[in-house]
Design a protein. Structure first.
Length: 286
């Protein structure tokens, strides 16, 4: 009596293959390494910093980089290396939350406009186009002037600004998905519109959403730093990088370059890291 042979199946799925491609992409690895370093600094900053980032030392102001102070000191004698390390916490708490808020709102709006189409799509799309025609940084400044600067306000304002941008990307992805057979089958089964949008369509447009979210995170980091530099973002005495540049940039003309250089490098490295991650994800899912 012959024995039935086992049926061999390929355990590799599109999702796992995409994940493997993302995790092995060189750009993703480099970006994730840099981002992980700053996340560790944000979490363990006060424990690993050699000095208190808030402690003034008026007898040791504007000291150049050396053995005692690797990045030098600022005009109040505070250790810049310690402030750069601890300063990662503020920007990595505000920017991701703002991006998450913008992603949740933008994804919901994009699903609604892309799925229903017609008048709803036209009305919301025209409103989005009006918003995007305005300079986003000016809108953010006006909102912060009206509401007052605080971390919560910055998160809400940036999230609301990013929502239309993300919604436009999600809408474009949903427009192509809603014509596919699985959507028609769900409609024939009598599934509700919410079920079709969030259970049927949403998993199939997660690739563009993930890429857009990562890109927006880079913009959020830069926006938070810019608002802090202008005095409308994170407030003193935080060692926030943008705020530190705002407090010390005038000292460059006096030759005290180290008071702003390392904070600027920190901002640039974090933005570049996020962009590398976004490029790695996009290249893997295309």
């Amino acid at each position: 009596m012959s024995q039935a042979l086992p049926i061999l199946t390929d355990p590799t799925t599109p999702a796992t293959s995409h994940l493997r491609a993302v995790l092995t992409a060189p750009m993703f690895i480099v970006g994730a390494t840099i981002l992980t370093f700053w996340i560790v600094c944000a979490i363990l900053g006060p424990e690993i910093a050699p000095y208190s980032p808030y402690a003034d030392d008026l007898m040791n102001t504007l000291a150049p980089p050396g053995a005692a102070h690797w990045f030098g000191t600022d005009q109040l004698g505070r250790d810049i290396f310690s402030r750069v390390i601890v300063g990662a916490r503020s920007i990595l708490s505000v920017a991701p939350l703002a991006t998450l808020l913008g992603t949740l709102l933008g994804t919901t709006i994009g699903l609604i406009t892309g799925y229903f189409g017609g008048f709803i799509d036209t009305a919301i799309s025209r409103f989005i186009e009006v918003l995007l025609a305005l300079p986003l940084i000016i809108v953010a400044l006006l909102a912060l002037v009206a509401l007052g600067p605080s971390n919560t306000t910055v998160i809400v304002v940036i999230g609301l600004i990013f929502a239309p941008l993300i919604a436009r990307t999600v809408r474009a992805a949903v427009l192509s998905e809603r014509e596919l057979d699985y959507v028609a089958a769900a409609q024939l089964r009598g599934e509700s519109s919410l079920h079709i949008m969030f259970v049927e369509i949403l998993p199939n447009v997660m690739g563009p959403i993930l890429v857009e979210t990562t890109v927006r995170l880079g913009y959020a980091i830069f926006t938070v730093a810019s608002l802090s530099f202008l005095g409308f973002g994170i407030q003193p005495p935080s060692p926030d990088w943008g705020l530190a540049i705002s407090e010390n940039y005038q000292l460059i003309t006096g030759g005290y370059w180290w008071t702003v250089t390392f904070d600027a490098i920190a901002i640039a490295s974090l933005v570049i890291a996020v962009n590398l991650i976004a490029d790695g994800i996009q290249g893997a899912i295309e």
